[in-house]
Ligand binder design. Structure first.
Ligand code: GLA
Length: 381
């Protein structure tokens, strides 16, 4: 009998007890986290209206369906460390407390990233890049202060985010320009020194692409050769209807697993709209194109069906590789919350998440939960 069956029977027991004495036993409604129990954690990125409890509808969904949380924005450098020597932990503390109070696995995101970096971080008072020594000291202070603050509460950190480009070359970020490739091992070293018990991850997008896959495998090996800790690779999972190729995505899961780390699908969403092929963000000065916002009222059935079946196919892939995948995290609760409503075209109505704007599960989620309920019922009989 698997842990899942035992859990199922426990749930049935609780349900039967609740029928006899409804006041005494509270039964959780079946949920996504039950579907993947024993396989991987079901995570979600939450915003500050959610971690503060203000967005009650979203909080209900988070508590019911997910058992892991990551902060969408409030732990990023520009928020948590806006000026040299000044940290602002207000929102990050609230987020971590939310996760801890709800018995969820809390993930830290992210320590070193070129984007949403506080402007002061890599430069001196004249705006020129600081020396290698100064940057190392700033990184060490930043990482140590934050990691130590949440010791014992955070299970793992995205230590470095998006350091490698699609072709496998290093991104020419300020960290790279000043320190070269060395900034990555240094970041992992500082994080491990700050909390030897915390898990450490490398996180990036477009991880299905062969050039990036190879470079990340190389990076994992280099870190390990240096004796540094790296527990997992985060495959961001920002998808569209025509990317990534599911077979390439699978190749990367296997390649990272073979390199000796776990895999986490860290930022899962799937745009249902036409893919915009520009690499950079399109600012609001660009004329808003109707063709880029084709479903301002609702998603047509045909598109919805296609979207659901593609999401299901990826979910099945994650389940197939549950020996390597330890967490799947959706990048937001409901469609209304998603960053995709503003990227790469501002203001278009997107439908990329597992719950719709009314906080109802999308058909593929509903289907999986129903199938799970049926399997519980079968055990009962
Ligand atoms: C990247 C980051 C996330 C988030 C998304 C877009 O993937 O890792 O924190 O900012 O971009 O919202």
């Amino acid at each position: 009998m698997t842990i899942r069956h035992i859990a199922s029977i426990a749930l049935i027991g609780a349900f039967m007890a609740a029928c006899g004495n409804p006041q005494k036993t509270v039964v959780n409604e079946p949920a996504l986290k039950d579907v993947v129990e024993g396989k991987f954690l079901m995570g979600v990125a939450i915003n500050t209206n959610q971690s503060s409890g203000m967005d009650t509808a979203a909080v209900k969904v988070i508590k019911q369906h997910f058992n892991s949380v990551v902060a969408e924005n409030c732990m990023k450098c520009e928020v948590i460390h806006p000026e040299e020597g000044r940290y602002d932990f207000t929102l990050a503390d609230e987020f971590v407390n939310f996760g801890v109070e709800n018995n969820m696995t809390v993930i830290g995101h992210c320590l070193i990233w070129h984007s949403q970096l506080a402007p002061w971080f890599p430069v001196d008072e004249k705006g020129k890049y600081v020396s290698a020594e100064v940057l190392k000291q700033r990184m060490k202070d930043h990482i140590t202060t934050i990691v130590q603050r949440y010791k014992g509460k955070i299970k793992g950190w995205d230590v470095v985010n998006e350091a490698i480009l699609e072709d496998g070359s290093y991104r020419k970020s300020p960290f790279y320009e000043i320190l070269g490739e060395e900034y990555i091992p240094l970041a992992f070293q500082y994080a491990h020194e700050a909390d030897p018990d915390v898990e450490l991850y490398y996180n990036d997008y477009a991880m299905n692409m062969p050039g990036k896959r190879e470079a990340v495998v190389k990076l994992i090996k280099q870190l390990k050769e240096k004796g540094l800790r790296i527990d997992a690779v985060g495959m961001q999972g920002h998808m569209g209807m025509d990317y990534p190729d599911i077979n390439e995505f699978e190749e990367s899961i296997k390649a990272f697993g073979d390199a000796g780390v776990k895999v986490m699908v860290t930022e899962w969403d799937m745009s249902a709209l036409p893919t915009v092929r520009q690499s950079a963000n399109i600012s609001d000065t660009v004329a808003f194109k109707k063709s880029m916002n084709p479903y301002p009222e609702a998603l047509p059935d045909s598109v919805s069906k296609e979207w659901n079946s593609r999401m299901k196919a990826f979910f099945n892939l994650f389940e197939k590789h549950a020996d390597v995948i330890t967490r799947v995290t959706a990048w937001g609760v409901s469609d209304g919350d998603s960053w995709k409503n503003n990227f790469p075209v501002k203001g278009r109505r997107e439908y990329p998440l597992l719950f719709d704007r009314n906080y109802q599960p999308k058909p593929f989620v509903q289907e999986m939960v129903e199938a799970w309920k049926d399997s519980v019922d079968a055990v009962k009989k």
